[in-house]
Each structure stands twice: as structure tokens, then as C-alpha cells.
Design a protein around this ligand. Structure first.
Ligand SMILES: NC(=O)c1ccc[n+]([C@@H]2O[C@H](COP(=O)([O-])OP(=O)(O)OC[C@H]3O[C@@H](n4cnc5c(N)ncnc54)[C@H](OP(=O)(O)O)[C@@H]3O)[C@@H](O)[C@H]2O)c1
Length: 275
């Protein structure tokens, strides 16, 4: 997480008056997005898998002059998500932004060739990622429809559009989330709700990327440093994106400045992936 030392009064307040729920806020991407939203004036409801992971972030946001409330929930449990959203409505009166940044451990999946993979393990990321996104989006939409406004967001990966070996069902899961973004938008846009995704490549400052590389290191015959260089060499800028850069795009996409964008996943691969 970045934007260290920044104070809410130093930003342009692009999200002032909005309330946002971030699922997976205890993680690298969810945490960075939550901080960026709060610094732009949003009231952020931090939904973490474990309370402790979001309590520290809430304190950081408050000390920067922002508003945050941590909560523990399982983003795969419909009742748990629904109860939490109701508490958001009770406190803030509305939910304007729903951001799903949930990520599951991949240690049993990564490094296993598809030809040898157990069918249940193959389907695990596909069912988990799509179900969590579906549940959180659907329950947010039900609260947004009466207001005729809202933004539903998520994060996918370059691997939803380009192949990567030894990743099991991860790529298909990301592709399915991008399809769901389009479907949700097609149904919800007439209710004033935008649905957009972010498709970053790899941000090595997040532990996720090193954890995803390690089980495949032997197959690739590369060190961690060589792997990062290889990914960076495929971008036009010859470097990988930072979390802060990704979160800045998330702020714009969540704001009314992006009112013309829906039904799309923004390519944040810095040229690695052609549109
Ligand atoms: N990091 C990158 O550079 C990058 C790039 C492209 C795409 N992505 C994708 O973006 C997503 C987030 O990545 P990340 O790096 O932020 O991962 P992360 O640091 O592992 O964060 C994911 C968060 O989701 C939480 N979570 C897992 N299951 C949950 C559940 N059922 N209910 C509520 N929260 C749950 C995790 O909590 P626990 O750990 O407590 O379970 C964790 O805090 C993943 O899908 C990842 O593949 C990441």
C-alpha cells in the first residue's frame, strides 16, 4: 500500500459524499484502493476476511483525516454480505461504490499442469471468484437500483486474456469475471449503475506476485528478479505498474468523471496486452 503520509485535504475530493464498500480490503489491492478512495473523500467500509487485517488500515485512514469502518465478513456467504450492506445503509444511508478485490490462496493450484490437475481444484478459482463477485455485485445492485446510481467494480488480471502456464483455472476465472462485468452492465446501466473492472498485470510490491511465482520458478528456470525483468520487458514502459498507479485509476473509474464508462475492463497492462 502506498500514498504514505498523504492527507485527505491534499486531494481533489473526487469521491466526496460517496460511500464505498471494499471486499478483500485486508489484501494488497483492496487495501490500496480503499486508502485511495478514502483520501478522495469517500466513506470507506472495509470488509476483510479477518477483522485484524482491516483494523490497521482503518486506523491509517483515520489518521490521514479520512473516514473508515472495518468489519469482518465472508464474501462468499450471501447472508454475511447482506447483513453488512444493511449496516452500511443504516450508517451512511446509501452505497455508491462496491469494489470486489477478493483473492484466494493459490498454493495447491499453482505449478500443477492442467493434464494432471484434479477437477475440483481446477474449478475452485472459477467458482470462488465468480460467486464472490456475483454475490457482492447483486446485493449492491439491489441497494443501488432505488437510487438510480452506483458503481460496481472488480479486479481481474492479464491472465484473463492471455495464457500463462501452470495456473490451473485462474485464467478462466478472470475471463469469467470480465464476462460478468459486461453482463451486469448490460442489465444495470438502464438503472443508472455502471459496472467496470480493472485488469492489471503484476504489481510485485504485493506478496501475491512472489507467492504466485515461487511454485513455478523451477519450471521457468528463473530467479524472482529475472521473472520481474521478463514481465517488465513486455510492457511498453519497460516497468511494472505500482499499486498506487492502479488505485489512482480505480478512483477515476469510481468517480462521476467516468460517467461514460461501463461494461468494460480497463487494460492496465502498460502495453503487455493489445486491446
Ligand atoms: N497483486 C497483483 O499484482 C495482482 C495483479 C493482477 C490481479 N490480481 C488479482 O487481484 C485480486 C486481489 O489481489 P491481491 O494481491 O490484493 O490479493 P491478496 O493480498 O491476497 O488479497 C485478497 C484478500 O481477499 C481476502 N479474502 C479471501 N477470501 C475471502 C472471503 N471469502 N471473504 C472476504 N475476503 C476474502 C483475503 O483475506 P485472507 O487472506 O484473510 O483470506 C485477502 O485479504 C486477486 O484475484 C488477484 O489474483 C492481483
Amino acid at each position: 500500500m502506498t500514498t504514505t503520509g498523504m492527507k485527505i485535504k491534499e486531494t481533489s475530493g473526487l469521491l466526496s459524499g460517496k460511500s464505498a464498500v471494499i471486499y478483500g480490503a485486508g489484501g494488497g489491492i483492496g487495501g490500496a484502493v480503499a486508502l485511495a478512495f478514502a483520501l478522495e473523500g469517500a466513506r470507506v467500509f472495509l470488509a476483510g476476511h479477518k477483522l485484524v487485517s482491516v483494523e490497521t488500515l482503518a486506523e491509517k485512514i483515520k489518521s490521514a483525516g479520512g473516514w473508515a469502518e472495518p468489519a469482518e465478513l465472508d464474501a462468499l456467504d450471501e447472508q454475511s454480505v447482506d447483513r453488512h450492506l444493511q449496516s452500511v445503509i443504516d450508517k451512511a444511508g446509501r452505497v455508491d461504490i462496491s469494489f470486489n478485490a477478493v483473492g484466494i490462496p493459490d498454493d495447491k493450484i499453482l505449478g500443477v499442469p492442467l493434464a494432471e490437475m484434479d477437477a475440483k481444484l481446477f474449478s475452485l478459482p472459477i467458482t470462488t471468484y465468480t460467486m464472490s463477485y456475483f454475490l457482492t455485485a447483486r446485493l449492491a445492485a439491489r441497494r443501488m437500483i432505488p437510487n438510480k446510481s452506483g458503481v460496481i467494480m472488480t479486479v481481474t488480471s492479464l491472465l484473463g486474456r492471455a495464457p500463462g502456464p501452470l495456473l490451473g483455472g485462474y485464467g478462466p476465472a478472470m475471463a469469467a469475471k470480465e464476462a460478468l462485468t459486461r453482463e451486469l452492465s448490460a442489465e444495470l446501466a438502464s438503472h443508472g449503475i455502471r459496472v467496470v473492472g480493472l485488469r492489471p498485470q503484476a504489481m510485485p510490491e504485493t506478496p501475491t506476485i512472489k507467492k504466485a511465482f515461487e511454485p513455478r520458478a523451477k519450471a521457468y528456470g528463473m530467479s524472482w528478479e529475472q521473472w520481474q525483468e521478463r514481465l517488465a520487458s513486455r510492457t511498453h514502459s519497460r516497468r511494472l505498474m505500482t499499486l498506487e498507479e492502479m488505485a489512482n485509476v480505480a478512483v477515476f473509474m469510481a468517480s462521476d468523471k467516468a460517467s461514460g464508462m461501463t461494461g468494460t475492463t480497463i487494460n492496465l497492462t502498460m502495453g503487455s496486452l493489445d486491446d
